[in-house]
Ligand binder design. Structure first.
Ligand code: NI
Length: 191
C-alpha cells in the first residue's frame, strides 16, 4: 500500500467530473490496489473521508471512516465505508448548517448547508449493492465526499463567506458553539 499525495485546491483534477467505474475494472487488481491506497491515505491524513479525485484519480470512488477523529473530535463515528459510483437522493428538504473542512483546502473551514437525511445507493468494493439512509452529521460527510466526484468543493457551497475561518480561529471562536449544535443534531437524527 502507498500513501498518495493529496491534490490541493486550484489543481484542475479537483474540478472535473469523475467517471463511473465498470464492474470489470472494480474486480481488477489495479482498482482494488487503488482503494487500499485511498483508505491508507485517508487514515494517514486523519480525514473523515477521501475521494479518488483528491489523489489525482478521476474515478467515482470515495472512502469514509470516522473513529474518534482528532481533526473532527465531535463527529459521530462512521465505520469504514467504500462507495463506488454512489448516488445520493435527499429525503425531504430539511437542512442543517455544517462547519466543514477538507484535506484539499488547507487551513480553511466554513459553514455549508447540508441535507439532514439522504438515501445512499452505491456499490461496495466487492461489487455488492449498498442502499441505506444516512442522517445528520454523517449525512453531511457523505454529501461532502460525493461532491468531490462532481468537481465541487465545500467552498463552492458556503452561502455566507463571513463564516470562513482558519482551523486555529475555528477552535478559538467557533468550535464551542458548533459542538452545541452538533449535539442537538445528533440528538435529533442519531448521528
Ligand atoms: Ni474534501
Amino acid at each position: 500500500m502507498t500513501i498518495r499525495k493529496i491534490a490541493q485546491i486550484g489543481h484542475p483534477i479537483l474540478r472535473q467530473r469523475a467517471r463511473e467505474v465498470t464492474p470489470e475494472e472494480l474486480g481488477g487488481a489495479e482498482v482494488q490496489g487503488f482503494i487500499d491506497d485511498l483508505i491508507e491515505t485517508m487514515r494517514d491524513a486523519n480525514g473523515a473521508g477521501l475521494a479518488a479525485p483528491q489523489v489525482y484519480t478521476p474515478l467515482r470512488i470515495c472512502a469514509l471512516e470516522v473513529k474518534d477523529n482528532p481533526r473532527y473530535p465531535y463527529k459521530p463515528n462512521i465505520p469504514l465505508t467504500v462507495l463506488v459510483n454512489p448516488v445520493l437522493t435527499p429525503i425531504g428538504d430539511e437542512r442543517f448548517d455544517n462547519y466543514e473542512g477538507c484535506l484539499s483546502v488547507p487551513d480553511l473551514r466554513g459553514v455549508v448547508p447540508r441535507f439532514a437525511e439522504l438515501r445512499v445507493e452505491a456499490l461496495d468494493r466487492d461489487g455488492h449493492r449498498l442502499d441505506f439512509v444516512a442522517r445528520g452529521i454523517t449525512a453531511g460527510t457523505y454529501q461532502h465526499e460525493c461532491d468531490h466526484l462532481d468537481g465541487r468543493l465545500f467552498v463552492d457551497r458556503v452561502e455566507d463567506p463571513s463564516t470562513f475561518t482558519t482551523w486555529k480561529e475555528f477552535a478559538r471562536h467557533h468550535e464551542p458553539g458548533f459542538r452545541d449544535r452538533v449535539e442537538a443534531i445528533v440528538a435529533r437524527y442519531g448521528s
